[in-house]
Structure formats: C-alpha cells, structure tokens
Design a protein. Structure first.
Length: 167
C-alpha cells in the first residue's frame, strides 16, 4: 500500500442506529439501511408502497449487484411489508471497511437518481400550480358561464319513459 491515500468524501443524509446500522434517507421514495454486522443491505418504502417504490428498489439492487457488492441470488423481499434486502458479498481485502464501500456506491447510485427525482418534483409543482392558479384562458369568473335548467344528457329525475313493461 502506498502512503498517498486519496480522501473520499461522501455527502449523504445518514445516521447510525443504536445497534450500529447505518440509515441513509436521501432518496424521496425509499430509505436504505446498511447492516454491516449481518452483511445485509435493506430498503424500505418511505410512505406508501407502490410501483414507483418497487422500481426504485429494483434499480438500487441492480446497481449493487452490477458493482459486485450484493450477491444476485440473495436479493429478496424482507420481513417488513414493502422491503427488499440482499446479502453483501464477503470482502477479499478486509482492510477496506465495508461501510465505506457501501456508502460510496450508494452515493454514486443516488447521484444517478437525482435528475429523475428533480424532474418529478418540478412536474408535481407545475401540476399543483396549474390546478391552483390557472391561466386566464383556463379559468372563468363566477357568473361568466350562464346557468342552464338541464345540463348533460342524463335527466335529473329519471322516470320511466316507455309505456309498457320491461319484457
């Protein structure tokens, strides 16, 4: 090993649990939990479990499998609803802490996810603005549209229009 070690910095919303687990909460849809003592990575849905959450978890574990960090045969659903977990591949070079490898690679994955997350936020904000503050051409003032006695094609008081039975 050389004396010139390059310092890597990781900027994540991360905290350590009482049992030593690392919890990364940077993503909008999932939380990522690293369990180094059990050699396991888990992901949990932040709010409601949906297709978006599952696809996000699938991208995370596909990335970790592609990088050789997680064993592909170990990716499976966890014991908590909407969670997915995978085993971490044993290290050949134990002088590199597994926590460092995991956090660096998860930061790389999150950087790949950020443009899509930013686009989702912008779309949601524009859609909310469109609904709550419409343009002049998409809105009308109160009283501008005249009232009609009958609207639509279904009569207000449905009655039998035909003389005779239902046979």
């Amino acid at each position: 090993m050389s004396d010139n070690k390059e310092l890597l910095q990781v900027h994540l919303k991360i905290r350590r649990g009482l049992d030593g687990r690392l919890m990364i909460t940077d993503h909008d849809h999932i939380d990522i939990v690293l369990l180094p003592e059990k050699n396991k990575v888990m992901s949990f849905a932040k709010l409601d479990y949906s297709d978006i959450v599952y696809e996000t978890q699938d991208r995370l574990f596909s990335f970790l499998v592609d990088k050789g960090i997680c064993a592909p045969e170990s990716v499976q659903g966890g014991n908590v609803y909407g969670s997915i977990e995978a085993k971490i591949v044993p290290l050949k070079q134990p002088e590199i802490p597994i926590e460092h490898l995991l956090t660096i690679n998860i930061q790389k994955w999150l950087q790949k996810e950020m443009p899509a997350l930013q686009m989702d936020k912008e779309y949601s904000e524009k859609f909310t603005d469109y609904l709550t503050e419409p343009d002049a051409e998409d809105s009308t003032e109160l009283g501008e549209v005249p009232q009609e006695e009958d609207k639509g094609t279904i009569p207000k008081y449905a009655s039998r229009r035909y003389i005779g039975g239902w046979w």
